[in-house]
Design a protein around this ligand. Structure first.
Ligand SMILES: [Zn+2]
Ligand SMILES: [Zn+2]
Length: 312
């Protein structure tokens, strides 16, 4: 497969035309003013590779179709707007009947998969969690926070695309030492199973990468005169906020450790409370409550005449 992802410069000004009020997770209302039917990557019909708009001939000569709907694309290399692929008009009237709602994200997701060859160095976020206990009688809450992993950079080797892991199909999977790390991309219109629906065991981690905020990086494409492909690779490798652990090989073990620690802490508190004894002083008549080992009268400062009260 040929990979045409390099280019020298790209014109930017992603046309902000359409509002997508129904798109969840795309940020503020302002952020939603983006035409997601205009795409940076088209599917080259001769090679079946995703290609950057700046690497193809202009207009219909680009030879590309939309990776989402299969419709013909036109490469627009204008002098004002950011370069992009647009859907070719259907029919003589020129109107596209149904806008291809998520083609921006579909093209980005497919290109992200294509960009990774064999290895991928990737910054991964930290993963913290908590175990919690609520006392049924007193309602008292006790909790222990625990760290499954700190922010870290790993290198994935032998990366493959579109693999089945357990009961889910992931976009990428590679090896890190003795473990596998799987990556799935999400975007508006493409969710992923909830964390508690995933059972991958102790040998495979799973990271969710949200592509929702990638278009914000397009502004930097203009500033840095880089290709969309290079911007996407940088986003994939370095952006941490878009990533979330769905499963870490160590999370069950770390959780169990924290549960044991919390349970030990609770029994220590319980036995301390049980050990509290009521005392009286035979000299001054003072009574107090304290651990069974401390029978010294706090007033007389002597243990000689203190005695345990009967009912304790
Ligand atoms: Zn389309
Ligand atoms: Zn006393």
């Amino acid at each position: 497969m040929t990979k045409r992802i390099t280019s020298t410069s790209t014109r930017i000004n992603f046309p902000l035309r359409y509002k997508l009020p129904g798109v969840a997770g795309v940020g503020s209302c302002e952020d939603r003013q983006i035409n997601l039917t205009l795409v940076p990557f088209g599917l080259d019909v001769s090679t079946l590779d995703l290609v950057d708009v700046c690497d193809v001939s202009g207009g219909k000569a680009c030879g590309c179709v939309c990776p989402s709907c299969g419709g013909q694309l036109i490469a627009r290399h204008g002098s004002i707007n950011q370069w992009h692929f647009a859907h070719a008009s259907k029919g003589i009237t020129g109107a596209i009947n149904e806008p291809c709602e998520y083609s921006f994200f579909v093209s980005v997701r497919l290109m992200a998969r294509q960009l990774v060859h064999q290895t991928l160095s990737i910054m991964l976020p930290g993963f913290r969690s908590q175990v919690c206990h609520i006392d049924e009688i007193t309602g008292e809450t006790s909790a222990i926070d625990f760290t499954v992993t700190e922010l870290t950079e790993v290198t994935l080797l032998n990366v493959e695309t579109e693999s089945r892991v357990g009961d889910v199909v992931v976009d990428l999977i590679g090896r890190v030492g003795d473990y596998s790390l799987a990556i799935c991309f999400t975007h508006p219109g493409r969710d992923f199973p909830l964390r508690d629906q995933i059972t991958l065991g102790g040998k495979c981690g799973l990271i969710k990468v949200s592509l929702d905020s990638f278009y914000k990086n397009l502004a930097s494409v203009k500033l840095q005169k880089e290709s969309y492909g290079a911007a996407l690779r940088r986003f994939l490798e370095k952006d941490v906020l878009s990533k979330m652990w769905l499963h870490h090989p160590r999370d069950l073990r770390k959780k169990q450790q924290a549960e044991i620690e919390l349970s030990n802490r609770l029994s220590a508190v319980r036995s301390e409370r049980l050990a509290e004894t009521s005392f009286s002083c035979g000299v001054c008549g003072h009574t107090w409550v304290g651990p069974a080992s401390k029978s010294k009268c706090p007033k007389c400062n002597s243990h000689l005449y203190s005695y345990r009260n009967e009912n304790t």
